[in-house]
Ligand binder design. Structure first.
Ligand code: GSH
Length: 373
């Protein structure tokens, strides 16, 4: 039995959505608190060095900051059934969806939050005011500052008026394909959530299913995707629409055609952006040659790529390659026959470049921070 921990996070946070869904689905006892508490500022922050959510505080006074590391920690505990599928294709696809959720859908998540102010801003103001530290005289001023910062972040991720049309076009197509998939199965890979579901829920819960504009759009255009976002936040399997479905991953290492279509669509954006980011980060590494142990910044310049004829300029985030390296490690650990099967699948989906794309230095974690290896 795992003793209850505290999850510092807020409902509207993208990354918290992954850790929360994992804790709920795995029935790990936890209590969620906003990070605007005396305890967070006086005890947690000095230990983890930066204000970030999600952060876990264990009863013994230790911490984990970062949703991916949180999930990895719990997923290895005795008595917890791992969310990583055991079979080759499902394992790689699951890790890929984790990357997609953490990095690949930031543009739509930010666009639909920040560029529909008439629908969203009142709601976001009350949400961001909950981040005000204890004793703040004017929480609405804290909200305003936080919102301005995040609106600027949306621009850094490549959401500018010139790209609105292509971001919307791709997202609408993705919603339609996901809706078709969730007509067939309740979770990405069958009757229980995999690591990929936990990654994908991050943009889909905190932003896209809750903020008024995209929430209404999702309910109208892709009601089954909305149902999956509900399902991912309930302890039971919540798949009454699928009375015959076993609580298990699909048999035979199957990747259904409906999911292949989703991955192909996402690849249109994920592959060129990852290539552009790798090029930019490698140039930065050559120019700056950070010492081993130096902190890794969230972004180190901007990658440029084309999406359906539109130029996109987006922050090159090294963390993307920490996540991609996990996909590649899982692939490299397979035997020759399995590797060939996965390679064929990835080729078919237009995602093969992701199996070999790397940056020139490793990213490690030390004392809660990302550092250059
Ligand atoms: N890689 C981290 C990213 C966490 C993150 O950026 N969280 C946002 C809130 S959704 C945050 O704390 N932003 C504050 C900041 O970066 O200053 C994870 O996966 O947990």
């Amino acid at each position: 039995m795992i003793e209850a921990c505290v999850l510092y996070g807020v409902p509207f946070s993208l990354y918290t959505g992954k850790a929360r869904a994992y804790l709920i689905k795995q029935r790990i006892p936890y209590r969620e608190l906003v990070s605007a508490t005396e305890q967070y500022f006086n005890v947690v922050l000095p230990a983890v060095h930066r204000w970030r959510i999600p952060t876990i505080e264990f009863p013994d006074g230790t911490f984990i900051q970062d949703g991916t590391i949180i999930v990895e920690h719990f997923d290895k505990q005795p008595g917890v059934e791992s969310a990583v599928p055991p079979t080759p294709k499902q394992k790689v696809v699951s890790l890929l969806f984790d990357l997609i959720g953490m990095e690949g859908l930031l543009r739509p998540a930010m666009h639909y939050r920040w560029n529909f102010p008439d629908d969203n801003d009142g709601y976001l103001q009350q949400s961001f005011a909950t981040l005000a530290p204890p004793g703040t005289e004017d929480p609405s001023a804290v909200a305003k500052n936080g919102m301005e910062r995040m609106r600027a972040a949306a621009v850094a991720f490549g959401v500018v008026p010139e790209t609105f049309a292509v971001v919307e076009e791709l997202f609408e197509e993705l919603l339609e394909l996901l809706d078709k998939h969730f007509l067939q199965v309740p979770y990405l890979l069958g009757g229980k959530p995999s690591l990929g579901d936990f990654g994908l829920i991050a943009p889909f819960y905190g932003h896209l299913s809750r903020d008024p504009y995209p929430s209404s759009m999702m309910k109208k255009r892709a009601p089954r995707v909305f149902r999956w976002t509900e399902r991912m936040n309930r302890t039971e399997s919540d798949m009454g629409e699928f009375p015959e479905q076993k609580e298990a991953f699909l048999e035979g290492d199957d990747i259904p055609d409906t999911l292949k279509a989703v991955l192909k669509k996402i690849g249109e954006d994920l592959v060129p952006e990852s290539k552009a980011a790798a090029e930019c980060i490698n140039q930065w590494l050559a120019d700056n040659n950070p010492a081993a142990g130096d902190p890794v910044e969230r972004g180190v310049g901007f990658g440029e790529f084309e999406l359906r004829g539109t130029k996109v300029t987006a922050l090159a985030q090294p963390w993307r390659f920490f996540l991609l390296a996990r996909v590649q490690t899982a692939f490299n650990e397979l035997d020759d026959t399995q590797r060939q099967e996965v390679r064929d699948l990835m080729k078919d989906l237009g995602l093969a470049p992701l199996l070999t794309l790397t940056i020139d230095r490793q990213i490690k974690r030390h004392d809660h921070l990302e550092v250059w290896g």
